[in-house]
Design a binder for this molecule. Structure first.
Ligand SMILES: Cc1cc2nc3c(=O)[nH]c(=O)nc-3n(C[C@H](O)[C@H](O)[C@H](O)COP(=O)(O)OP(=O)(O)OC[C@H]3O[C@@H](n4cnc5c(N)ncnc54)[C@H](O)[C@@H]3O)c2cc1C
Length: 337
């Protein structure tokens, strides 16, 4: 288990500096067990690619970078295959590899940063698809007992940008492997998301392959989202709020153009980016922390922002949105310590 220097700057996509007590790079399951055994206070943090976290101060504990590698597949039924990847595999590389094998299911989730092991934590989603749609199971270690446990889809209690690993069992398990059930042929493509539908509007849907959808997703994402390698960010900073039908009615009387998406349970999802944009906050900056000038939902580090600068900016946005709309934004990004 390699022990690295203790600055987390290169291990989070915001590119903010924060000192950890130590940083360990974990490449095997036995290294992970050893790391967990040494965690006597039970407060150490495991990280994948650091693309969904914000370090608001120094961390008085150790950080373990999950770098376990490996992937394989086995037939499941005539049209389905089970594909397994170790937690440290980069998510996008894994998605492209499944597509190169001719498997369908993960194409809409191409180019999401991060690791395979972190993908179930918040049930990653994009372009009308969520991880849970093709998730089969994951294998994880209990941090306290070091016992192994297999989680089914039901066990994970997936919700919009949430799962048992981000709620009831937060920080309790370390995921080491994730298995997906993907299609081998007769793929069902999901082009329901408007930008994707528009992209293919002139094409015959019957001849499209999953990899064509992934390429379109990558092109659309590159045109919309800042690249963390150039401008520090963690994608969407806030979740899209869910509001009741009654609240929706009163909101519509004041803001008839509000972008609302009906949910199966009768509630509505409202675009958080639209709320922020309505306040004229696109491009707004507080020192080196800013709202991206094209995507109001993305907060960026212009270069020298600290985690606290970004947290302050987030607080300002939350307060402003609440004052005008009466809606409380909830962070999608997890703050540490
Ligand atoms: C430009 C950009 C675009 C993005 N777009 C999207 C998007 O479209 N949809 C979306 O859903 N997300 C998106 N994200 C967020 C992010 O990519 C995902 O949440 C991703 O799954 C995080 O992976 P990670 O390895 O970086 O996790 P990290 O940030 O390292 O960790 C996130 C959380 O998971 C925990 N964790 C990490 N690995 C493990 C493990 N093996 N076992 C247990 N816990 C673990 C950490 O402790 C932490 O709490 C985007 C981020 C960026 C920077």
């Amino acid at each position: 288990m390699a022990v690295l220097n203790s600055d987390l700057k290169s291990y989070n996509t915001f590119g903010v500096s924060a000192q950890a007590r130590a940083i360990h790079s974990i490449h095997t399951e036995s290294e992970l067990i050893a790391f967990l055994e040494e965690d006597t206070l039970g407060d150490d943090l495991v990280l994948g690619q650091g693309s969904n976290v914000l370090f608001t101060d120094h961390l008085p504990y150790r950080v373990g970078l999950i770098r376990l590698k490996g992937r394989h597949f086995n037939p499941y039924s005539e049209n389905e295959v089970l594909v397994t990847a170790a937690a440290g595999e980069p998510w996008h590389d894994f998605v492209m590899w499944t597509l190169e094998q001719g498997f369908g299911g993960l194409e809409n989730l191409a180019l999401i940063p991060g690791s395979v092991g972190a993908a179930p934590i918040q049930n990653i989603g994009a372009y009308g698809v969520e991880l849970k749609d093709s998730f089969f199971s994951c294998r994880a270690f209990d941090r306290n007992t070091r016992e192994e446990k297999i989680f089914s889809t039901e066990d994970c209690a997936f919700e919009y940008r949430n799962s048992i690993f981000k709620s009831a069992c937060k920080n309790q398990y370390v995921i080491v492997e994730v298995t997906f059930k993907l299609s081998r042929n007769n793929h069902t493509l999901n082009l329901s998301y408007a930008p994707l539908k528009n992209w293919f509007s002139n094409k015959n849907g019957d001849s499209l392959r999953p990899i064509d959808v992934a390429e379109a997703v990558c092109n659309i994402r590159r045109s919309k989202l800042p690249d963390p390698a150039i401008l520090g960010n963690a994608g969407s900073f806030f979740k899209n709020p869910i509001i009741t039908a009654d609240f929706t009615q009163s909101l519509l009387t004041k803001f008839p153009e509000a972008p609302l998406y009906p949910q199966p349970d009768g509630t509505f999802k409202i675009a958080a980016g639209w709320l922020i944009d309505q306040l004229g906050l696109k491009g707004y900056r507080q020192g080196e922390a800013a709202v991206h000038d094209k995507q109001a939902l993305v907060l960026v580090n212009l270069g020298a922002a600290s985690g606290n600068d970004l947290k302050d900016l987030a607080q300002h946005i939350k307060k402003s949105v609440f004052n005008v709309f009466g809606i409380t934004l909830e962070e999608e990004v997890t703050f540490y310590p």
